[in-house]
Design a protein around this ligand. Structure first.
Ligand code: ATP
Length: 280
């Protein structure tokens, strides 16, 4: 497959912020196919946001090559030749945590007005779905919302227009477990039903089993592990006399994860009860 036909193609990409002497990304090589969900994992400062922001065209890449949907993400829209099939689709949608702190969002403005301003009527069916799964009340006023409620509005706005590549930068951190799980299901459905891919950087792994196709581990600006979820990972009841939640590699280099103690099912159970919903 040619690099233009991939969702994302990155070759020998290094990036140093203008104010910095140390590179934030070092020789990144990455190919992301269509209809995939990639998780990006790493310590604070590992380079996850920098990578996602470069993919979204927020910073100019000077060292290396970067293509998103076959296009240079930093090139002005007027110079990019969109394919006919992409005319009604956004190439990238980047959703980061900073949105909720913008003054414009924290005004006395209604959710319906905000959604209308970005084309709610054009995407009415998608809008209804998003309002439903994110449990949004269209009468909400932004300045009176909790952080998690603002986040849900951000997600509904960000996901309203269909995108080819969705870059999620830890935006699910303040969602409750039900909302997060519905959102993840929606994104899974999207990637399975139309031409798109999701790259999701997170520190929260509860409820993510069976979601990704691939997991990238970043450290000091480099991709240090690249794991195929189906091929390279196996969950098992227990590994010999090892404690819960341990990880080993077997003789074929497959990653074996033993049973994990998690409070996630309990939280999900309680919140489903609170909302009068059946167990998923
Ligand atoms: N605007 C900036 N100017 C200079 N250096 C920066 C800037 N933004 C980030 N960095 C540096 O780049 C490196 C990677 O940061 P990045 O935000 O990509 O990490 P991250 O993996 O997303 O971390 P976190 O999990 O904390 O969000 C860090 O060393 C950080 O200090």
């Amino acid at each position: 497959m040619s690099k233009e036909d991939l969702a994302v193609y990155v070759s020998n990409l290094s990036y140093t912020f203008p104010e910095s002497e140390v590179p934030s990304l070092v020789d990144i090589n990455l190919e992301v196919p269509w209809n995939t969900r990639t998780l990006v994992v790493g310590c604070n400062g590992a380079g996850k946001s920098t990578l996602l922001r470069l993919l979204s065209g927020k910073h100019l890449c000077r060292n290396g090559e970067l293509l998103v949907n076959g296009l240079d993400p930093f090139a002005p829209i007027s110079l990019t030749k969109k394919r006919q099939e992409d005319v009604d689709v956004q190439t990238t949608t980047y959703l980061g945590t900073e949105w909720c702190h913008m003054t414009i969002i924290n005004r006395d403005i209604g959710v319906t007005e905000l959604l209308n301003s970005i084309g709610m009527k054009v995407y009415q069916e998608r809008c209804d779905t998003l309002v439903d799964i994110l449990d949004i009340d269209l009468n909400w006023r932004m300045h009176r919302l909790s952080d998690g409620q603002k986040r849900r509005v951000q997600l509904a706005m960000g996901l309203l227009k269909p995108w080819r590549i969705l870059l999620l930068d830890e935006v699910t951190v303040d969602l409750d477990v039900i909302c997060r799980s519905r959102l993840l299901n929606f994104l899974k459905f999207e990637t399975e039903s139309r031409k798109c891919s999701v790259i999701y950087a997170t520190h929260i792994f509860d409820g993510l089993a069976n979601w990704p196709n691939r997991i990238l581990h970043m450290d000091y600006g480099k991709i240090v592990s690249d794991v195929d979820y189906k091929k390279d990972i196996k969950f098992t009841e227990n590994i010999g006399d090892m404690e819960n939640g341990k990880v080993i590699k077997d003789e074929n280099n497959k990653i074996i994860i033993s049973k994990v103690n998690s409070l996630h099912p309990l939280a999900l159970h309680w919140l489903n009860n609170d909302l009068g919903l059946p167990e998923l």
